[in-house]
Design a binder for this molecule. Sequence first.
Ligand SMILES: [Zn+2]
Length: 715
Amino acid sequence: MMFRGIASARPAARWTAGRAARRAWEVLREEGVRSLVFKVLGETVYRRALVFERTLDEAGRAPVSMRRLDGGRTIGTLEPGDLDPYLALAPDADPEEVLGRLREGRVAVVVRRGAAIEHATWLATGSAHIDYLDRRVRLAADEGYVYGVRTAASARRRGLSIAAADEVAAWAAASGLRRLRLVVMPENRAAAAAAPRWGYRRVGAARTLRLGRWRWHLGWVGGDPGAAGGPGSARSSVPEGSAPAAPSPAPALVPEGRGRAAPSPAVPAAPWTRLRWTAFTARHALRDPRLPWRPLSAVLAIQARRARALAAHAWESVPAVREAMEAAGMEPGDVRTADDLWALPRVTGDDLLASPERFASSRFRDGDVLALRSSGTGGRPKTVRYDPAALFLALAQGQRQRAVFARFVGRRGGFREMNAQRADSVGHQLRRFWEERSWVPRGVDLERSWLPMELGFEAAHARIEAERPHVLQGYGSYLGALYRWAIERGRKVHRPRLIWYGADRMADADRELIERELGVPVVSTYQADEALRIGFQCDLRQGFHLFVDAVAVRVVDDAGREVGPGESGRILISNLTNRATVLLNYELGDVVTVGRGPCPCGRSLPTIERIEGRADDALVLPDGEERHSIPVVDALQGVPGVVRVQVVQESLERFEIRTVCAAGTEWGAAARGLERALRGFVGEAAGIRVERVEAIAPEPGGKVRGVVSRCRRAR
Ligand SMILES: [Zn+2]
């Protein structure tokens, strides 16, 4: 108990080795050894938490969705569409993180009253993070971890937490779990007193000792219930917990789910690693703004050099490229320029999906690369591995488009940018990788904030009004639909200095509306999961200048012949910078129009005029609000067994889900899961038909639309 005061010492996040050493030296010089010893003790944190357990019998009743409680309340599970009421209950929660948990299949039992959520209890399996101990624990296969218990202040003392505890136990038993655990801070007397009423008994304590960034987990005090091997075995099957019960502020929500998306460590890389990539990025970023103005021949010389180096690398370490080169009768020495790579067999997204490992280089270990995971606008998840040099080069190459934005924004850096992204988007994964492995000086970087696309337009509008960003960035279809929604309703709406979209296309009508009604310029960039930067619009906005130094581009007709200026065709790329997954002569699935000649702006980089075949529809909800297709598709895509999915909205209240499932999928469960996921967005009253199909026909551009809304078309 005497340590408790120390437990609040200082957060580990602030601690760095460099700072600690510097501080120790100062203290030693100015205050002497004795003082230093006490200061070190001050860096030491000891924490102890109480562990409770509830055992489940196999006869646990089945969970009852939407069961009725007293006072018109119902009990059920949290759905993605419940985000707004959940945030009203837990205002400090990170909405993206919450949605990430749901996507991972975590369950939160909630008590609803009308539109409000009055209580929530979360259940985790697999692993979890005990915030209070700053410790991640792996759960045994039959173990669940209960956390994030909250009750609205107005609904306390009505037995909601007891009802929720029973419901959680029923869910857990139905999922094959045998026991549930929760962890309570000793200070949280209310929670410690409530746990027995929820059916839990105290089984011990978990302790952590931390000095700076080193941690020792001291296992259990008191009997370990799992017990077979004593405290030693407890390490692998420790519970998790967090601080249940309302009185304490909710535990800081840790992004537990991200591990799957980005295998990179969640902690900052070592200082020398960060120094190295910071210097690398700075070197390239300094000269990047000038590159578009250099003679095209000089840029193509860089392209050719990268093509040669990549061919040699891939020949040695990438099976698919080696085979392709052998099939084409080529050796690395035959690759003189990037154009020589078009002789290789064409690779499609299906090839990559079918065997991603064949396109991966054996020279990179999992921990060294970013496995960029995307659900894509095409309704199919995809993973492309990137090596750090390719990622930091892409970061540096942002400078040439930043130079364009500066004309509209008035400055190069230090402005506020708001990014409309979905949880766990490619943008988040990249940003996290960059931030973990480099330092970006303040003033050079932007002040960034996130606008979760899962929010309804009402909430998104409120966030934009509150933040008033200089630049608003995100999916074109989403930002276009959001601003149209606001303008058509006569809402007062913030006018950023620039709206910048990528990922998918903003409808021309939406762009014109924004520029005409608000006077806000709209510019676009072109990128893909397979090549992080492909094109950017200059201030003339007549087309997209291509990043030809990093990616070779070719546009072909259906017969594979290169098309001329002003003509349309399929875009093929060779990503010349990424060595972790090597994609040469790769068909992106977009239809583009080749630029008609040099851009009047004077930049030498060639252009494409238009990108087509990327538009996705929004769903129109029964109350008239619109919801972008991507979170809907994401939620459906999360149902086990689902490979591809498309939602067709026939009328306001009538939906059809078409899905391609993996072989061996239990269809009944998948169909129920899909229906439940869609109901989270469209409500209980809507008519939903779920159909299993062999394939979903792509658009002319080659991409499958995730959502087709006949309602929206008809308006
Ligand atoms: Zn231009």
